[in-house]
Design a protein around this ligand. Sequence first.
Ligand code: HEC
Ligand code: HEC
Ligand code: HEC
Ligand code: HEC
Ligand code: HEC
Ligand code: HEC
Length: 423
Amino acid sequence: MRIAFPALQKHVAIALSTITFLSIFILSSADVFAQPDGKKLFKGQCASCHYPSEKKLIGPGLKGVKDRWSNYDNLKSWIRNSQNFLKTGDSYATALYAEYNQSVMPSFDLSDEEIDAILEYANTPPVVAATTTTDTASSGEAAKDDSGTLLYVLLAISILFIILISVLGGVNKSLKNLINQSNGLPNEIELPLPEAIKAWLSSNKKLTALIVVFLIVGGIRTGWNSLLGIGIYTGYAPEQPIKFSHKIHAGENGIDCQYCHSGVAQSKHSNIPSANVCMNCHLAIQEGPAHGTKEIGKIYAALDFDPVTGTYGNNPKPIKWIKVHQLPNHAFFSHAQHVTAGQLECENCHGDVKNMDVVEQVSPLTMGWCINCHRETQVKMEGSEYYDEIHSRLSDNLKEKFMKDGKITVDELGGLECAKCHY
Ligand code: HEC
Ligand code: HEC
Ligand code: HEC
Ligand code: HEC
Ligand code: HEC
Ligand code: HEC
């Protein structure tokens, strides 16, 4: 009977550790091989314009949208690049676009599975259907919470496991000592901690291998996930020093984007207009609909302008606008290339600025986002003498190679070469 104790205890230890590891594995692999998380994707990328119900927001409610489209592939093309899809002349899409006053939906870099998951989520609306815009702002954190919980569960299990090992180890030792005493043998030798660990590892090879595999899988997964998430600020909409509204200016008053962002067609950066540009109108317009003289007064303060006497002082200070979009320094991006040569609309990348009171980043600005558009976007060549000339010189051989599908995409012009985008 006394001999049976340690044996029993060893079995219990093996059983317990197997259960613990199995549950850790199931928990973590469930996440590794999981379907894309429709809720997370929806909240992160679509919720600023769509409800997962029938209610309209900036765009239509997405519940049941699959039934409204006769062809699922078309629907996917629309979600990936609505502006491109409109060029096919599809009557449903054209009518929808007109119905929403030609509000432009930004392009999305999503896989088939991700789109499936998003639409699935939109079809099974959550209990509280109406998410508000403030809700969306915090959705990034909400998404992080989900994976956070999993991490805590894993951590709790691991701690439990360590406690178990040490308790069982202790029990094991005292039992052994008991047996030794009754057999008249000396006590077990107390090994220093590192050696004790070594001894434990070598006497539990299978378990050790399992732990190592688990740590590697977990490490790779965490590393990969954090790499994918690095520097994505979709939904970033900082409050600005003056409550300047694009909705009032570019939307309701129809002021052209390039009236203020006048450098965007010729240069790499799009300029933010100086306060003098504001004065073209605000010399006369001294009150706004929502904030009276308070916000417009800040333009005057910046220019040290006195609206009563109409004179400028000599103490102007620039308005400190907070930058919304920001690529890392190692990436090269030129507006002129896209707006002038590429003939893209601002909305392709910046979303529906005309309806924003506060500018929000709607595109992820990741490398994948750039590349995906370069793969899919056909370069507009009609009416460009530059490209007409090139075409007339292309040998049949090259025409065969590049224009097999009747179009040339940005990547075929070299738009995927690292050096084009990296210094
Ligand atoms: C910046 C706003 C905006 C965002 C973000 C946005 N959409 Fe849209 N979406 C629209 C607008 C506006 C329309 C209506 C058509 C139009 O004017 O382009 C639309 C239309 C649609 C339609 C067609 C609806 C119908 O009734 O047939 C689908 C599907 C759709 N969006 C899916 C998505 C998905 C999926 C996402 C997220 C990955 C998304 N949208 C993100 C603005 C947006
Ligand atoms: C009356 C002048 C005016 C017009 C017209 C205007 N903007 Fe702006 N825009 C600004 C000012 C001022 C800022 C800086 C404050 C802010 O971010 O709201 C800005 C900021 C932006 C930003 C964010 C820049 C950043 O920091 O990343 C984008 C994107 C933008 N505008 C796009 C547009 C587009 C697209 C249009 C046309 C639909 C447009 N703007 C029309 C004045 C204007
Ligand atoms: C081309 C004319 C024009 C220019 C340029 C212009 N605005 Fe305006 N702004 C307007 C109009 C029109 C209104 C709305 C007045 C109304 O509806 O009563 C307005 C309203 C405003 C308001 C009041 C908002 C409110 O709800 O109270 C602010 C603040 C403002 N503009 C800031 C700016 C800033 C900052 C600039 C320069 C970056 C600028 N505007 C450039 C025409 C212009
Ligand atoms: C909405 C689609 C779209 C997105 C998003 C986009 N591009 Fe482009 N890009 C184009 C098009 C179209 C052209 C081709 C312009 C032309 O005709 O030269 C182009 C051309 C370029 C070129 C010149 C390529 C060459 O062969 O000379 C560079 C560099 C570039 N893009 C960088 C970027 C970077 C960096 C990003 C992401 C931050 C990005 N682009 C995002 C559509 C896009
Ligand atoms: C192909 C995608 C694309 C298009 C089209 C585009 N932008 Fe941008 N925009 C970007 C990116 C990417 C950044 C961030 C650039 C950076 O940090 O270097 C940006 C930044 C900006 C900024 C902040 C200042 C700056 O240059 O960093 C403004 C303002 C702006 N865009 C306005 C516009 C306007 C107005 C249009 C249309 C005339 C437009 N953009 C068209 C992708 C685009
Ligand atoms: C069309 C433009 C474009 C091309 C082509 C491109 N990159 Fe990038 N790359 C970017 C942008 C934009 C970022 C910044 C993304 C971010 O901040 O999330 C980036 C980021 C990176 C990073 C940093 C890691 C990260 O995801 O932030 C590395 C490494 C990188 N690129 C390597 C490459 C290599 C290697 C190639 C050639 C095979 C290449 N890139 C081609 C636009 C491009």
